[in-house]
Design a protein around this ligand. Structure first.
Ligand code: UD1
Length: 422
């Protein structure tokens, strides 16, 4: 197993190229199940979750060719319809194959994903919506068994709660269904928008893209020809490096990035004192010497993303004053707090609200990553902590950050990947 060793440096400087979005890539790879052609995808990030989903598809009989620039996925030979526990347990987003496989083959089995470090994360809304579309769903021996031998039927779905992968799953199911499906209270995340735009530009009529009400005209089972496309930039990776600039008081320029997807994050960084120069595909952060405290509530897009909560919590430890950070989406997403406390942060937790009293002098020590974004918060803290910070269990980080230590090394960080002693 690897770990990251980080030593404090005075400041960072230079450019960081942002990779394709992991959370956009996952539904887009699942979408290839709806295609009749060999689909070319540009800008897939080199992260473990993408490899996991490609492996899942290849276990089901699909073939893929993973290139540096372009990955092709051909699901014409996909015949197996059971996503087994060994793979689903490593990545909950495997549930994204349920909608498209069921829509194409009329049946699908997916292992129940099981527990998750950041909270319960049920999938009841995915299942309820598929049932409304006429699927019969049974839970047997840890598996979801879904069948719709005569195809799925369009209907009106109202999500009780906004769900990102739930919306993506149902959009893909609806794309091959008979008739029209309306999803009310749909997720509006840029990753869902890209999925809808690509389906729409390849012949699946979708109205309301980017709004909370989507209407999808199904193709009645007809597979789709999907043209080459390029995955949107990863807004969470970008947000993490903006926090790296802010916490080390360094001017950094992000390239291949879309500032429009980062409005809530940029606005909170501005409140904390940073300013920005923005072009259509770059963001330069001009940080302030004094970081101001902030109030943050995580919510669905376009509000502040839960996937940036841990990084801002690390940044708030260096603010002059008290920040209040409220987590509204996942009940257990504060596991990084105890690790940051071990580094000297003054944070008190009351339910889903963290009160961060800055500015704390952080000291490097051994810390444990507990989930993907918590890992990057510990890296950020390590950049400004005295001494050496060793971040262990970085397999969490490798799930979603493409070449993190190389990108940080390139801008002057003292960070290396080492092997744990056995
Ligand atoms: C996606 C993102 C994840 C992000 C999250 C919230 C991917 C691969 N992952 O996760 O990075 O943190 O959105 O922005 O895109 N819920 C239910 N029942 C359901 C589904 C969800 O109660 O059937 C609840 C969840 O427990 C949570 C909330 O709805 O409280 C939002 O979850 P959801 O949007 O589904 O998260 P994911 O799609 O799993």
């Amino acid at each position: 197993m690897d770990y990251l060793q980080i030593k404090r440096v005075k400041s960072l400087n230079g450019q960081i190229k942002i990779s394709g979005a992991k959370n956009a890539s996952l539904p887009l790879i699942a979408m290839t199940i709806l295609a009749k052609n060999n689909v070319s995808i540009k800008n897939l990030p080199h992260v473990a979750d993408i490899n996991t989903l490609l492996k899942l598809l290849s276990n089901l009989g699909a073939t893929f060719n993973r290139g540096d620039e372009i990955t092709t996925v051909d699901t014409s030979s996909l015949t197996e319809t059971k996503a087994t526990y060994d793979i689903v347990k490593t990545m909950r987003a495997s549930i994204l194959v349920l909608g498209p496989i069921l829509a194409r083959f009329g049946h699908c089995e997916v292992s129940l994903p099981g527990g998750c470090a950041i909270g319960q994360r049920p999938i009841d809304l995915h299942l309820k919506a598929l049932e409304q579309m006429g699927a019969k769903i049974d839970i047997k021996a840890g598996y979801i068994e879904a069948s719709a031998p005569d195809g799925l039927k369009g209907c009106e779905i109202i999500f009780d709660k906004i769900t990102v992968t739930g919306t993506a799953n149902i959009v893909m199911a609806a794309a091959l269904a008979h008739g029209s499906t309306t999803i009310t209270n749909a997720a509006r995340e840029p990753e869902v928008v890209q999925l809808c735009e690509i389906l729409n530009s390849n012949g699946v009529e979708i109205d309301g893209i980017g709004t909370a009400v989507l209407t999808i005209q199904g193709t009645s089972g007809k597979l789709i020809d999907i043209e080459e496309f390029s995955v949107i930039p990863d807004r969470i990776e970008a947000g993490t490096y903006l926090c790296a600039g802010a916490i080390t008081r360094s001017e950094l320029t992000l390239t291949s990035v879309n500032a429009k997807h980062l409005s809530a994050v940029l606005s909170k960084l501005e409140e904390m004192g940073s300013t920005f120069t923005i072009t259509p595909d770059t963001i330069t952060i001009h940080p302030s010497e004094i970081i101001k405290p902030v109030k943050i509530v995580t919510q669905e897009y376009p509000a502040f993303p839960t996937d940036m909560q841990a990084q801002f919590l690390a940044l708030a430890t260096q603010a002059n004053g008290t920040s209040i950070i409220e987590e509204r989406l996942f009940e257990n997403r504060f596991m990084h707090v105890s690790e940051l406390q071990r580094m000297g942060a003054d944070i008190s937790l009351n339910g889903h609200v963290a009160t961060v009293n800055g500015k704390s002098k952080l000291s490097g020590t051994d810390v444990m990553a507990t989930d993907l974004r918590a890992s990057s918060a510990l890296v950020l803290a390590g950049l400004v902590a005295d001494g050496t910070t060793d971040v262990h269990r970085i397999y969490h980080l490798d799930r979603g950050y493409d070449s993190l230590e190389k990108k940080l090394q390139n801008v002057g960080a003292d960070i290396i990947r080492l092997k744990e002693q056995q």
